[in-house]
Design a binder for this molecule. Sequence first.
Ligand code: ATP
Ligand code: MG
Length: 415
Amino acid sequence: MAETYTLLAGHELRVEVEWSKQIFVTLKDGEAEIFGTSLLLGQKTTICGQKIAIFSWQGCVLEIEGTPEVIYVAEETPMAQYVNIHDVLHAQREAALSGGGAAPRVMLVGPSDSGKSTLCKILLNYAVRAGKGPVFADVDIGQGSLTVPGCLAACAVENPVDVEEGGFPGEPPVVFYYGGVSPSDNASLYKHCVERLAAVLEDRCKKDPAAAAAGMIVNSMGWVEGLGYELLLHSIETLKINTVLVVGQDRLHSQMNRSLSQKGITVVKAPKSDGVVLRSKEYRSDARRRRVEEYFYGIQKELHPASQNAKIDDLQVYKVGGGPKAPSTALPIGATSVSNPLKITKVSDLRETMFTMVAVSHAASPDLLVSSNVAGFIYVQDVDVDKGIVTYLAPKAGPLPSTLMLGGTYKTYLE
Ligand SMILES: Nc1ncnc2c1ncn2[C@@H]1O[C@H](COP(=O)(O)OP(=O)(O)OP(=O)(O)O)[C@@H](O)[C@H]1O
Ligand SMILES: [Mg+2]
């Protein structure tokens, strides 16, 4: 059953589709975009398991096939303010290219479900459409959009977001593996990953001044209180951010302004869209599992991962962290806990890696594991200690690029 919707200029059609269903969107007349990605006239776009807005600057006619859970037209949107932000960033990129100023290094901050990831997409898409592809870095280890959960990652954005697939077509991202979805488990490791990512991006900027002039857009996590706030400040400093966009929270905006304005960092408020949908804890956890599934199987199950066996002794899996620090009350007076949060230890019983993703590292030796980016992931399905065999899912059949690996703590159960 197909329904036709006519949008006036500046309106958007908000649509929510469950994972188990799909709908088809076709632009019949005029122009329209989904979070900054233009729709092509007459081309069908499949939407599955997403909450989206189809926005039109000039008005359009859309055909929707299928039955979404939610569908309505909104007349008020913050798109005009978003495009103003884009215009300022674009002018900064042009100026940077001609040596007249710093490239924009923007970080989006805001509580969970404020629309940070969405605004990142919009700004990245507008930048690419204007011929300037910035770097996109995602330091949200829980709901990151570049790769599996537990990672900090970055890529050069050369094409608009693929609406059906959700990702950025192009070179694979540079990925550092933190291994969990809560930065409080090992804040030092989280900071270390941010520092390593920053070093890679800095290096790229030195080698390619034109790319550097396009700047970067950084997505952050929704944890904005206490240690979460401290970690945001650490990322802002480490990634040499010069503009912080605070999405939809006055309190955070004023707090950030107080912390950063003396440092010459511009703190700007970006309005939150009424269309942003609150997601439950269960939805988030489900979304994380789906990301892992997508990594191995693809969105449309178009990939062919391989379940393979290896001898336990052939894999060298390490984990990071010196274990929990002893509380200061448990120590003799004057003593401090000596646990090293970046300490590497070999996992002696691989059963603890069951149902986790283990990163195949680019490191040349174990001591370089925490500082190296990763080539990809395997998912541990079974460990048979008696037979000395580990069974794992790999993106493709054949030998792994390395047997030196970094384990994580995030467990998820694939069907
Ligand atoms: N205008 C809109 N219309 C419909 N849905 C929207 C709109 N804007 C955002 N959404 C949806 O709302 C949800 C939350 O938005 P988003 O992921 O951008 O928030 P976030 O701040 O990044 O959250 P988190 O802190 O959890 O990462 C997403 O599913 C997104 O697709
Ligand atoms: Mg997000």
